[in-house]
Design a protein around this ligand. Structure first.
Ligand code: G3I
Length: 453
């Protein structure tokens, strides 16, 4: 049997039946077959594996072949930036960005938006602005662009690179920063108002080492936002590594520390300069660190082939200039297939599975996994389609007495009804999607049931 469809190629671990005859006796053996693409292997643990895409490469058949085969998430490398989407004030331009979104959608990939507010790649008209005029223009940009893509994206890097390098732990000086220290939260609130379902992320580089002042400063900002109810759902670690800025030994601590604040953590622009087994080992370390943290839910590499990279001379990516898989590809795939480890952000892990509407045509099941600590929990709810695809789902799930929800993702909630959002309603036969929420109190004893629509 030849399995060719994209959904099958992204299937979870499958059991294969090996049949052989030995001296007339029939020998049956089952073995686990590892997924063979980055996207499929990441999906085994509920994660995505993405890449940055440049619109002008969508006519390159080698590039597109790898893109479509390997990846489940796309970030526009430059096409959603401020200079691209609002080249003249109040004149919006979405052509190249829309081409990337259309391509991704047609391939069943999701899209991370990058980026709404940034000191760099501002169009000339914005570079010349300051103060309240700039604040208004920035908020208008956030509102207009987030509205244009409302319901279409998985996440937005709402604000990019707002902190200074070095030991100060201060904000980076920029015209945006000079408009008032609250510019970041203002951007997040405007993004939430424009697109309530998209995940809102803060994204930065040199925030990989837990001991660095910049990492600590971003951590304190996210902690402050969570405590004051500023809408933030995720933190992106760009993770551009090279010999001067290697993968830190405490990388997993950084990931788990951010996750413990109640946000998703995503590796958003991964590239690691080098070659051969040393580079492969570094990719393996990064991927394994992510898989060891429950809320590190996706990895994006910053380009496909080495020649596509902004740092091409450092050969930092997973495919060589001809599109061949490098050793780093293999180590990445193997690390993804090895699955997750333990998550130091959690103190206890229990899993409750309740199956209703058993896997009949048109049905779905729901199962909840719980990571609990003293006073709180993160619940991950897995929705699985039955023997036919479903186009929408609602999970009925009551909170235990005394528990409250502080944050949820990949879902719309109305009381005890938890319904799909735009990008995760369709689930192929036998496949799954996940949503989650963080709560206070005790989360044990939840009994979800699922209804397909
Ligand atoms: O498209 C023009 C081309 O017409 C012109 O001839 C050429 C001459 O310089 O420039 C081309 O545009 C370049 C563009 O990349 C497309 O290749 C810009 O000059 C160049 O500045 C731009 O660089 C991008 C860089 O962000 C700008 O800050 C890189 O592609 C992009 O990979 C990089 O991405 C950033 C993330 O957004 C944020 N984190 C860091 C990351 C790496 O720098």
């Amino acid at each position: 049997m030849k399995l060719t469809s994209r959904s099958v190629s992204r299937a979870l671990l499958v059991s294969s039946l090996v049949v052989a005859t030995t001296g007339g006796a029939l020998v049956l053996a089952t073995s686990a077959v590892a997924a063979t693409t980055l996207g499929a292997s990441a999906a085994q643990t509920g994660r995505y594996f993405g890449t940055a895409v440049a619109a002008n490469k969508l006519s390159d058949s080698t590039y597109v072949g790898i893109l479509n085969r390997e990846f489940t998430m796309v970030t526009a490398e430059n096409e959603m930036k401020i200079d691209a989407t609002e080249p003249n004030q109040n004149q919006f331009s979405y052509g190249n960005a829309d081409r990337i979104v259309s391509h991704a959608k047609a391939q069943g990939m999701r899209v991370r938006g990058h980026t709404l507010a940034w000191h760099s790649q501002q169009p000339g008209w914005m570079q010349n602005m300051e103060g309240s005029a700039l604040r208004s223009a920035m908020l208008n940009h956030v509102t207009q662009v987030a509205t244009h893509y409302k319901g279409q994206l998985y996440a937005w890097d709402v604000v990019n690179e707002a902190f200074a390098d070095g030991s100060s732990g201060a904000r980076r000086d920029s015209n945006l920063q000079r408009s008032g220290n609250d510019w970041i939260e203002a951007a997040f609130r405007a993004a939430r108002a424009a697109d309530p379902a998209v995940k809102l992320c803060y994204n930065d580089y040199n925030t990989d080492d837990w001991s660095h002042a910049k990492t600590q400063a971003v951590y304190r900002m996210v902690q402050d936002f969570k405590s004051r109810g500023v809408p933030i759902d995720c933190v992106g670690l760009q993770s551009h590594f090279n010999p001067q800025s290697p993968v830190p030994s405490n990388y997993q601590t950084t990931l788990s520390s951010f996750a413990a604040l109640g946000v998703d953590v995503q590796i958003t622009e991964l590239d690691i300069e080098g070659s051969g087994s040393a580079q492969a080992a570094n990719y393996q370390r990064v991927v394994s660190a992510c898989l060891a943290v429950a809320r590190c839910n996706g990895i994006t590499v910053w380009g496909i082939r080495d020649t596509d990279s902004w740092r091409a001379s450092g050969t930092p990516l997973l495919f060589d200039g001809s599109g061949n898989k490098k050793a780093a590809y293999t180590s990445t795939l193997n690390a993804l297939n090895a699955g997750g480890g333990t998550d130091p952000t959690t103190t206890t892990t229990t899993t409750t599975t309740t199956t209703t509407n058993p896997p009949l045509p048109g049905g779905c099941t729901a199962a909840v996994s719980l990571n609990s600590w003293n006073g709180g929990f993160v619940a991950t709810v897995k929705v699985t389609a039955g023997s036919t695809a479903i186009n929408g789902w609602t999970v009925t799930l009551a909170l235990p007495s005394g528990a409250t929800v502080t944050n949820s993702w990949n879902v719309q909630r109305s009381g005890n009804s938890w319904t799909n959002v735009a990008y995760n309603g369709r689930v192929s036969a036998g496949q799954s999607t996940e949503f989650g929420f963080q709560g206070t109190g005790v989360g044990t004893g939840m009994e979800p049931s699922c209804t397909a629509s």
